[in-house]
Design a protein around this ligand. Structure first.
Ligand code: GLU
Length: 467
């Protein structure tokens, strides 16, 4: 049997962490089994759905590398098909028109509550043969009255729901539009979905969907309901917990592999392994190993993973992922002859691509001023003199290598009987604008002699203007 999974987001916002994890699990499960992964956009709620949101979902999936084999299908383009199935159910006597008014339903519900019963539709229109004037009916599914629905959920285990708990669900509204439970059933059936992997907030829908599938003589897929993701406060993850949109992580300088790796561990584990290559995910992931309890979202851990991925990445990959961030900072990374050295020297100390870019900028463009705090602390005393002397020492240096620069700096420190910091810090400010940089000898070597000489001159001039 070919495994076919699906991801059916409603396009009412961006792709959030929870949705992305569901998509990832479905995608992994299909990939692992050499099956197919279907993308379906559940856009029947026209008021809340938007084209921007569809795009945001596609962007998010594209960025994470969650490629799909079929789709995107749009439910709004399948309305005729839903209509057809609703008619089929009506003709077969498995669905019926319900003419109850809102007021009547309210009265029914009140009476049930007063008796201490769970409010539910009592099926009174099942027997109706005549329409009621001026009332546009809804269509209700005739849910079986007896028996149980038994679900062997791949995550939750066996779930048994008595049909007496379920009422006759509305499958078409009075304007004829189908409801969620109907469209999902028709799509899952038509698309041959074998495994429905989704959030456990849908678990109450599952027995209803199974009953409709059975009425249609369709094969029932396996179900896997994955637990919710919670914030550190134990509440369901939401905007209050900070960035929950996947693309926000791109904007904040995360690598997609790091986010993917973080997501796969939200509710799933393999021993105490934390880092998984894509191939390892395919090989090791199994939906039945997903834990039953909720997972807690931990932004520090995601940051840690990102750092691990940055440290281990190839320079060219970092360049490719950071290209857009460099562009935002006004730098075309492809035009920088020393891009590789700059990335290599900063890679081990950057937790995000934004940090990497930030630490790299002074290598690629002239600095536009000096950090006030650094100036106050280090552009004082002998700093000007030291820089002048250093310039004279470095001028004739050939070849311009980190080792040679290193030697000159030490010689100067010895000759002046000062600590290396008294040279390195003013020098850092001169070339980087701030008293922070990678090792100073490497920094100078990468910057190149010409840029270093020019920046030392500018710094000396600046120091001379200080009171
Ligand atoms: N559109 C539904 C949602 O976004 C899909 C649920 C399902 O997987 O059946 O929650």
């Amino acid at each position: 049997m070919e495994v076919i999974t699906r991801f059916p987001p409603s396009p009412t916002g961006y792709l959030h962490i929870g949705g992305a994890r569901t998509a990832l699990f479905s995608w992994l499960y299909a990939r692992k089994h050499g099956g197919r992964f279907v993308l379906r956009i559940e856009d029947t709620d026209r008021e809340r759905s938007s084209q921007e949101s569809v795009q945001a979902i596609l962007d998010g999936m594209g960025w994470l590398g969650l490629d799909y084999d079929d789709g995107p299908y749009f439910q709004t383009q399948r309305m005729n098909r839903y209509r057809e199935v609703i008619d089929q159910l009506l003709h077969a006597g498995q669905a019926y028109h319900c003419y109850c008014t809102r007021e009547e339903l309210d009265v029914l519900r009140e009476a049930q509550r007063a008796r201490g019963d769970k409010p539910r539709y009592d099926g009174r229109c099942r027997q109706r043969t005549q329409p009621r004037d001026e009332i546009l009916p809804v269509v209700r599914f005739k849910n079986p009255r007896d028996g149980n629905v038994v679900i062997d959920d791949l995550v939750k285990g066996r779930i048994i729901i008595s049909n007496s708990e379920l009422d006759d669900l509305i499958i078409a509204r009075s304007d004829g539009t189908p409801t969620y439970n109907l469209t999902v059933v028709v799509d899952d059936m038509d698309m041959g979905i074998t495994h429905v992997i989704r959030g456990d907030d849908h678990i109450n829908n599952t027995p209803r969907q199974i009953n409709i599938l059975e009425a249609l003589c369709a094969e029932r897929p396996r179900y896997a309901h994955v637990p919710m993701i919670l914030g550190a406060d134990g509440k369901r993850l939401s905007k209050r917990h900070g960035a929950v949109g996947v693309m926000q992580y791109r904007d904040d300088g995360y690598l997609p592999q790091a986010v993917l790796n973080y997501l796969v561990r939200l509710g799933w584990s393999h021993g105490d392994q934390e880092i998984f290559t894509r191939q390892e995910m395919f090989d090791l992931f199994d939906i039945s190993d997903v834990q039953r309890g909720s997972a807690v979202f931990n932004p520090e851990k995601l940051l840690w993973l990102n750092y691990e991925y940055i440290k281990a990445a190839k320079a060219a990959d970092l360049r490719d992922h950071a290209r857009w961030h460099f562009e935002n900072a006004g730098i075309n990374i492809d035009e920088q002859a020393n891009w590789k050295e700059v990335i290599l020297v900063n890679q081990q100390r950057s937790k995000t691509l934004l940090e990497l870019v930030d630490r790299s900028l002074f290598f690629f463009r002239d600095i536009d001023g000096y950090d006030a705090k650094s100036v106050k602390k280090h552009f004082k005393g002998q700093a000007g003199e030291v820089l002048v002397e250093l310039r004279a020492q470095l001028g004739p240096l050939d070849p311009w290598t980190a080792e040679n620069i290193h030697r000159r700096l030490h010689q100067l420190a010895e000759r002046r009987s000062i600590g290396l910091g008294k040279i390195a810090q003013p020098l850092r400010i001169a070339v980087a604008g701030v008293a922070v940089s990678p090792p100073i000898d490497e920094t100078l070597a990468i910057l190149g002699k010409e840029a270093v000489m020019g920046r030392i001159d500018a710094a000396v001039n600046y120091i001379n203007t200080l009171p």
